[in-house]
Ligand binder design. Structure first.
Ligand code: GMT
Length: 374
């Protein structure tokens, strides 16, 4: 049995989901898990006797202009390492979490091993602000082991940071118990979706990199050829301009803005096709969630997306911004029921064969064991 500390951003986001689900699955296998985060991870919605939660508290000191969150986190990590006798501290993101973990290891008396998982956000930060380059590089190089969620992210990390460190690819996974197709005909009716209409879904945090406007332009083309509705799930900075675009295109009666939702698998269960047309995406966990619910996906040739979608088998790939091609592929699938069923079946098979949680958790455990800390 290992004692493992986990730090992530506990909010709704792929990295937080992966960190939490991994913690829960490791706990089910008898390991002791200590989440060290600013709030309870949102997926941690039931009691696990093997899981502990250590809150990072923020004090507002009159002498500091900003509350020092990173230092509070490092202090809490050091305390948990010693008090709980952690073997491993697994952090998600090099910046700031690996940096905090390194500081905590220096402060603590115990020789904890640091595992850092890269989700792409460090590269995004670098794209905006190069002053952090050395800091991120340091976080990666001083970790005992580093993983990334796709081969593309490994390549990008080497290219942008020139790091001297082995980075292993460990793909993302989903909780198969939760992400499974359900029969929910009433839900379709409740949303006013007619029996002869196809349902297209997009789920994101509406950041600019997600190019939600391309989803709208693609749908606008699709709905001329195929009776359909578009479900938009999530919220974020681009939300208002997307609402305006939908109005300007005169398709507001066909687009349902659902905002942030919890039971994503229910929404996927009433969907026929998923669109993810981002310009940056280290993996695209929402694709895997869709595939596990038997929903084929159309995605861009960006980041790790081509490692998740098999072009022409489980979905299609298009160049960034090519909404003509995305719409053409979507129409081809949505108007051919036999082909759609084939793609749906293959999506599920592909998700289970390549990204099954059992396989992925085994890879993380193997990595922990190789660190030689009993
Ligand atoms: O995509 C986001 O904006 C959220 C971000 C996160 O940190 O949770 O997602 C990143 O990590 C996910 C889990 O590994 C990946 O599936 C997403 O592709 C990745 N996002 C980007 O690379 C933009």
């Amino acid at each position: 049995m290992k004692k493992i500390g986990i730090t992530c951003y506990p909010t709704v986001g792929g990295s937080g989901v992966i960190a939490t689900e991994l913690g829960m699955l490791l706990a089910e296998q008898g390991h002791q898990i200590h989440f060290i985060t600013s709030s309870i991870p949102f997926r941690l919605d039931r009691i696990y006797p093997q899981i502990y939660y250590h809150e990072v508290e923020l004090n507002h000191y009159p002498v500091f202009q900003y509350p020092p969150y990173d230092l509070a986190l490092a202090t809490k990590m050091a305390e948990v390492i010693d008090e709980e006798k952690l073997d491993i501290l697994h952090v998600h993101y090099a910046m700031p979490h690996a940096i905090c973990a390194i500081l905590a290891r220096d402060i603590a008396e115990r020789d904890v091993k640091i595992v850092t998982t890269l989700h792409g956000t460090d590269i995004t930060v670098l794209g905006i602000d190069h002053t952090f380059k050395k800091m991120i590089k340091h976080g990666i190089e001083q970790s005992d082991a580093v993983t990334a969620v796709s081969n593309d992210l490994v390549e990008q990390t080497y290219e942008m940071l020139d790091v001297q460190k082995d980075i292993s690819v460990i793909y993302n996974f989903v909780n198969e118990k939760e992400y499974v197709k359900k029969e929910l005909p009433h839900l379709r009716e409740q949303y006013g979706i007619k029996a002869d209409e196809r349902v297209i879904i997009h789920i994101s945090n509406f950041r600019k990199v997600k190019r939600v406007e391309d989803v709208i332009y693609t749908f606008e083309k699709i709905q001329h050829h195929c009776k359909s509705k578009l479900l938009l799930v999530g919220d974020g900075p681009e939300y208002t301009s997307i609402v305006q675009l939908v109005k300007d295109l005169g398709i507001n009666d066909k687009v349902l803005f659902l905002g942030k939702q919890k039971n994503i698998s229910d929404l996927l269960s009433i969907s026929d096709l998923k669109l993810l047309l981002s310009e940056k995406e280290s993996f695209g966990l929402v694709l895997l969630e869709a595939m596990a619910c038997e929903v084929p996906c159309i995605g861009t040739r960006a980041g790790g997306i081509p490692e998740v979608i098999e072009h022409g088998e489980t979905g299609y790939l298009v160049n960034i911004g090519d909404t003509e091609q995305a719409a053409a592929y979507a129409i081809e699938l949505l108007t051919n029921s036999e082909r759609l069923v084939e793609f749906s079946n293959r999506s599920l098979t592909h998700a289970m064969e390549h990204f099954h949680s059992k396989k992925i958790v085994r890879q993380y455990l193997q990595l922990y064991n190789n660190l030689g800390n009993e």
